[in-house]
Design a binder for this molecule. Structure first.
Ligand SMILES: Cc1cc2nc3c(=O)[nH]c(=O)nc-3n(C[C@H](O)[C@H](O)[C@H](O)COP(=O)(O)OP(=O)(O)OC[C@H]3O[C@@H](n4cnc5c(N)ncnc54)[C@H](O)[C@@H]3O)c2cc1C
Length: 476
C-alpha cells in the first residue's frame, strides 16, 4: 500500500457567506451563535451531528452554575436557556447545591436538543447539520472561511469571523494556531461512554447511603456527607469504593475505575452511569475513537452486573441506552493571547479583561491511573478574554473546553455552564468585531464587558461582589 496519494486540486462551490460562522453546536457553540446573532448579523452554525447540544446530550448534569460559596455565578444566556428548558419542557432541575460539584443542574438530553434548536432558529441562526469542518480557507493570517464535507460533497463557507466551538480546536489547529494536547506527557483525561438504566429506586439508594452506619465503609461517598443524600432526591453519587472493590473481587469484574458514579435523571427511576473509562483514547483520531467506542461498550456489562447485584436500589434496574457518542473530556487546547494556569484557578485570579466567572474545582480524571485529582480554590476565578483569542490567526475566536489553558486549568474550566458562558462572550466579541470592522484581538474589551453586563452576564468586582454597569471603568 502506498503511504500517500496525491489529491487533485479542484474548484468547489461557495455554499454560504456569513458575518459570523460558529463551528460546533455544543454548549459553547449554542450560546456563541445566539450572542453573535442578537442584533441582526448573519450567523451560521455548522454541526457534524444531527442535533445540537454536544456533551449536554450524553446524560451529564450541567455543572458550574453555582460557585464554591453557594451563589449563582453564571447568568445571561446560559441561565435563559436552562430556564426555558425547565419551564417549557420540564427539561431541567433547579441549580442544586452539592458539596463536591458545587452546583448540579440536571437536564433531559432530548429537551436540550429541542430547546436549543428552537432558540437558534428563532434567533435566525442558519444551522447546518450532518456537515463536518474539513479545513480552513486561509488568506494570509486571516481565516476567510472553512471547507465543509457532507453528503452534498465539499463546499466552502465564508465568514468575517469564525468561532471554533468544536471542543477539539479543529479549526484553530488546522488554521495554524499553536495547540497543546494533554499533560506534559501528552496524556489526556480518559473518555467515558455514558449509559442509562431504568427501574432504579433512587430513594432506596439515597436513604441507604444516608443511613449507612458510620463505621460501614461500603456506602461511603467521596467528599459528600451521608446526610446530604437524606435531604436531596436529585444527586450525584461518587464513591462506594469498597463496595465496588468487593464486587470486582467476588465476581471477577473488569471495571477500570475506582469510583462508582451515578447521576439521577429527571425521569423517575432513571439514572445515568459515568463509569466506563477508556484510557489512552485520542479524541482527534478516528481509529482511536472507534477503539474507544468498542472498549467503552464492552465495559458496560460488568458495570451493570456490579450495580444490579451490589448497590441498593438497583435490584430491578435494567439497561436502556448508551449516549449517542463517546464523551471526550480532553484533547487540544489552543495557545492564545493568555494561557490560563492552575495558579490562576487556585489563587481565584481577577483579570481586567474578564468575560466570565467560574468556580468549578480542578477535576482531572488522571490519564495515568484509575484515580481523580480534585482541588478547590474556595471561591471563584475569572476567565480572561485573551484566553479565547488565539495566536497567529487574526479573525478567529475559540470557546469551550479548548480555550487557551494548561492541562490543569482546563480540568476546571471544562464544565458546561462555564463553556456556555465562554460561548456567549465569544459570540458577542465576534459581533463587536464585525460591527466595528476590527480584529477580535483589537476590539475594545471594555465595550465587550459593558455589553456582557447589559445582557445579564455575571462579572465580579475585586472585592468579590457582583459587578454592575456602574462598576465599569469610564470609557477613555
Ligand atoms: C464523560 C464526561 C463527563 C463529564 N461530566 C461533566 C458534568 O458532569 N458536568 C459538566 O458540566 N461537564 C462535564 N463534562 C465536561 C463537558 O461535557 C465538556 O467539557 C463540554 O461539553 C465542552 O463543551 P464544548 O462546547 O467545548 O464542546 P462539546 O460539548 O464537545 O461540543 C462540541 C460540538 O462540536 C461538534 N463538532 C466537533 N468537531 C466538529 C467538526 N469538525 N465539524 C463540525 N462539528 C464538530 C460536536 O459534534 C459537538 O456538537 C464531562 C465530559 C465528559 C466527556
Amino acid at each position: 500500500m502506498p503511504s500517500t496519494i496525491q489529491e487533485p486540486a479542484r474548484s468547489i462551490p461557495v455554499s454560504a457567506e456569513y458575518d459570523v460562522l460558529v463551528v460546533g453546536g455544543g454548549p459553547s457553540g449554542i450560546t456563541a451563535a445566539l450572542a453573535a446573532g442578537e442584533d441582526g448579523l448573519r450567523v451560521g452554525l455548522i454541526e457534524s451531528r444531527s442535533f445540537v447540544g454536544g456533551n449536554m446530550t450524553i446524560g451529564l448534569p450541567v455543572l458550574g452554575f453555582l460557585g464554591q460559596k453557594g451563589n449563582q455565578i453564571i447568568d445571561g444566556l446560559p441561565e435563559k436557556f436552562i430556564r426555558r428548558l425547565r419551564t417549557e419542557r420540564d427539561g431541567a432541575s433547579e441549580h442544586r447545591p452539592c458539596p463536591l460539584h458545587m452546583g448540579i443542574t440536571l437536564v433531559e438530553p432530548e429537551a436540550v436538543k429541542t430547546v436549543a434548536l428552537e432558540m437558534l432558529t428563532e434567533a435566525g441562526v442558519d444551522v447546518l447539520f450532518y456537515t463536518f469542518f474539513a479545513g480552513p480557507v486561509m488568506d494570509g493570517d486571516r481565516i476567510a472561511g472553512i471547507i465543509t464535507e457532507s453528503k452534498s460533497g465539499r463546499s466552502a463557507v465564508l465568514a468575517k469571523v469564525v468561532i471554533d466551538c468544536t471542543g477539539d480546536a479543529d479549526v484553530a489547529y488546522r488554521a495554524g494556531v499553536p495547540c497543546g494536547k494533554g499533560d506534559e506527557h501528552g496524556g489526556m483525561q480518559p473518555p467515558t461512554l455514558m449509559f442509562c438504566l431504568g427501574g432504579v429506586d433512587t430513594d432506596r439508594l439515597r436513604m441507604t447511603i444516608a443511613n449507612a452506619p458510620k463505621e460501614a465503609r461500603t456506602y461511603l461517598t467521596d467528599f459528600i456527607p451521608a446526610e446530604y443524600f437524606g435531604q436531596n432526591h436529585q444527586f450525584i453519587v461518587v464513591g462506594l469504593r469498597e463496595l465496588m472493590a468487593k464486587a470486582k473481587e467476588e465476581r471477577g469484574l473488569s471495571i477500570p475505575n475506582e469510583r462508582t458514579i451515578i447521576i439521577t435523571g429527571l425521569k423517575k427511576g432513571e439514572v445515568w452511569i459515568n463509569m466506563t473509562r477508556v484510557a489512552g483514547t485520542d479524541g482527534t483520531d478516528a481509529r482511536s475513537l472507534t477503539n474507544g467506542e468498542i472498549e467503552g461498550r464492552a465495559q458496560i456489562d460488568d458495570i451493570v452486573t456490579y450495580l444490579v447485584n451490589y448497590v441498593a436500589g438497583f435490584e430491578n434496574a435494567y439497561f436502556t441506552k448508551t449516549a449517542p457518542f463517546l464523551g471526550i473530556r480532553e484533547t487540544r487546547r489552543i495557545v492564545g493571547r493568555y494561557v490560563m494556569t492552575q495558579e490562576d484557578v487556585l489563587s481565584c485570579a481577577h483579570f481586567d479583561d474578564a468575560i466570565a466567572v467560574a468556580s468549578y474545582p480542578i477535576d482531572i480524571h488522571r490519564p495515568g491511573d484509575e484515580g481523580c485529582t480534585l482541588i478547590w480554590c474556595g471561591d471563584c476565578y475569572d476567565i480572561p478574554y485573551r484566553s479565547l483569542v488565539p495566536q497567529k490567526v487574526s479573525n478567529l475566536l475559540v470557546a469551550g473546553r479548548s480555550i487557551s489553558a494548561t492541562h490543569e486549568a482546563m480540568g476546571a474550566i471544562r464544565v458546561m455552564a462555564t463553556c456556555m458562558a465562554m460561548g456567549e462572550a465569544a459570540g458577542r466579541a465576534a459581533k463587536i468585531s464585525v460591527r466595528g470592522n476590527r480584529a477580535p484581538a483589537d476590539i475594545d474589551v471594555g465595550e465587550l464587558r459593558r455589553q456582557q453586563l447589559e445582557h445579564g452576564v455575571y462579572l465580579r468586582n475585586r472585592d468579590g461582589s457582583r459587578a454592575g454597569l456602574q462598576d465599569l471603568a469610564p470609557a477613555a
